[in-house]
Design a protein around this ligand. Structure first.
Ligand code: F6P
Length: 560
């Protein structure tokens, strides 16, 4: 692995610093004097229309940002990733989520570290499709011969957030009468509530874990197994002997993991297990077997369309020059905002209720990837990294936090995402309700960009101190992403877009975006503290004063 280029010592960084020092953003003037700005800065990325024109950039800034990408080796690094080089340096692994969506027969064949990647990927996809079709058609039944009505995916992080987000986003495509539920939290409330109204006889549990060692997932998997056995036994469907219980698990449990030996050890029939590989990061895994619940509820055709959407964007990134490469440009804009204009967060605001978990999904993708203080060679980063990603669907956010985006003191770049056609075309008194949603989508980016001057406020009859309160400064940057409809393909494109934005930023910063050592310490300490919760005095004594006091409070108030 190469030594990362220090972005801050490149000529492009110096250029950008000089441009920033003389920078006076004025979107009103830029639009007024440049009739081509909107057209020039609007791009088609597969089915997505991406309008970058309301960002705080001039052509000069864009050109310098593109030079920064050139000087930090973004294209070379992308090629290295696609070729299977071990760019995940701290784990000495290839990073090949892009291989999960290569079409069958793609040329040249991808062989990495001796593995025939294309063959293995499609073998699993075919097995998943066959399994999904059996469940969807009712050929697969539970232990009492009833067809599956509910799938419960047990997983956390990347083994949960992607499947949940896609399941919600594509709910209108769930055409087999099978509902998916998702259990992730080790808070027992999660599994208790999600299974409360389910019938074990018609429930299929999928245990999804890349490592098959995750505390939350294995605990919930055992709780689900107990729930299954207790329910089936109470219904007189099975006895409480080992053979009956093993048979019940074989009919009601499937698994997805890179550690199929551990799946077997848990007691899940490995015929119902689907593998993936260490070169797929958890947060990049929704398009692997981790998507099994989606394959079942949406069907293999929809799942294939989702993958095709991912692939279209991969191809765009691979084949498009940097100055027209949409994910690269968006990643560079994020660098401009966070490293030069001081932004600390980035809002993602879908005007689509179905995307209500999209920001949560992106939080893992972006923040677990780029929340790093060291570079891929172990040296410290040379600039700030990793913004806070957050968001809620519009219009709900408008009635909550948009005030701060419009008139607050912080710079918050925001991505607005909308679809031309609704999943539910309802009308209110003859008026297209989706049209009202889109009017808000357009109105907000316009208000943020162009604001409202004191003169305009006064012209409406306002006087005195209220003028300042009613003035909108404008020059609040937004990107608009528009697509014909929220289809599986469009969703795949959208997810891949953000994967590659994240990648671009990671390369510029010299970060390994594919490890996540920062989650380990808390996991270790939780295991050390667990005996203290149970009352082990030695474990209590080993804690710091604050933790001891909290444990004492816990013991004083515990009633269960
Ligand atoms: O703790 C973080 C993490 O390792 C994520 O990166 C991962 O997606 C999640 O835990 C779940 O891990 P697994 O799929 O191995 O259960």
């Amino acid at each position: 692995m190469s030594t990362p280029v220090d972005a801050t010592s490149t000529p492009a960084w110096a250029e950008l610093s000089a441009l920033r020092d003389a920078f006076t953003p004025d979107l009103r003037a830029w639009f007024a004097t440049d009739a081509e700005r909107a057209e020039r800065l609007t791009f088609d990325l597969a089915e997505l229309r991406v309008d970058l024109s309301k960002n705080l950039v001039t052509d000069e800034v864009f050109a310098a940002l593109v030079r920064l990408a050139e000087q930090t080796g973004v294209a070379e690094h992308y090629a290295a990733m696609l070729a299977g080089e071990h760019i995940n340096t701290t784990e000495d692994r290839a990073v090949l989520h892009t291989a999960l969506r290569r079409p069958k027969g793609a040329e040249p064949e991808l062989v990495v570290d001796g593995q025939h990647i294309d063959h293995d990927v499609h073998e699993v996809l075919d097995n998943m499709a066959a399994f999904a079709n059996r469940v969807r058609s009712g050929e697969w039944t539970g232990v009492t011969g009833k067809r599956v009505t509910h799938v419960v995916n047990i997983g956390i992080g990347g083994s949960d957030l992607g499947p949940v987000m896609v399941s919600e986003a594509l709910a209108p495509y769930a055409d087999a009468g099978i509902e998916a539920r998702f259990v992730s939290n080790i808070d027992p409330t999660d599994i208790a509530q999600k299974t409360a109204d389910l019938d074990p006889e018609t429930t299929l549990v999928i245990v999804a874990s890349k490592t098959f060692t995750t505390l939350e997932t294995l605990t919930n998997a055992r709780l689900a197994r107990d729930w299954l056995w207790a329910g089936l036994e109470a219904a007189g469907a099975i006895g409480d002997d080992d053979a009956s219980r093993t048979n019940a698990v074989a009919h009601h449990f499937a698994a997805v993991s890179t550690a199929l030996d551990k799946v077997g050890a848990f007691g899940i029939d490995t015929d119902n297990a689907f593998g993936f590989w260490d070169w797929v990061g958890g947060r990049y895994s929704v398009d692997s077997a981790i998507g099994l619940s989606l394959d079942i509820t949406l069907g293999p055709d929809a799942f294939a369309d989702l993958l095709a959407g991912f692939h279209a964007v991969d191809e765009h990134v691979r084949t498009t020059p940097l100055d027209r490469n949409v994910p690269v440009l968006m990643g560079l804009l994020n660098v401009w905002y966070s490293n030069f204009l001081g932004a600390q967060s980035h809002a993602v605001l879908p005007y689509a209720q179905q995307l209500h978990r999209f920001a949560a999904y992106l939080q893992q993708l972006t923040m677990e990837s780029n929340g790093k203080s060291v570079r891929w060679d172990g040296s410290p980063v040379t600039t700030t990294t990793g913004e806070v990603f957050w968001g809620e669907p519009g219009t709900n956010g408008q009635h909550a936090f948009y005030q701060l985006i419009h008139q607050g003191t912080r710079l918050i770049p925001a991505d607005f995402i909308a679809f031309v056609n609704p999943a539910y075309p309802l009308t209110d008194d003859g008026r297209d309700v989706h049209g009202l949603l889109l009017a808000n989508f357009l109105a907000q980016t316009k208000a943020l960009a162009f604001g409202k001057t004191a003169e305009e406020v006064e012209a409406e009859g306002t006087t005195g101190p209220l003028v300042a309160a009613r003035t909108f400064p404008g020059n609040r940057p937004t990107t608009s992403i528009f697509a014909p409809a929220l289809t599986p393909r469009a969703l795949g494109e959208l997810i891949a877009l953000y994967e590659h934005i994240t990648f671009t930023q990671g390369v510029v910063w010299g970060i390994n975006s594919f490890d996540q050592w920062g989650v380990e310490l808390g996991k270790q300490l939780a295991l050390q503290i667990a005996p203290a919760i149970e009352g082990d005095e030695e474990a209590v004594a080993a804690q710091d004063a604050s933790t001891k006091a909290l444990l004492a409070y816990y013991r004083e108030h515990r009633t269960h």
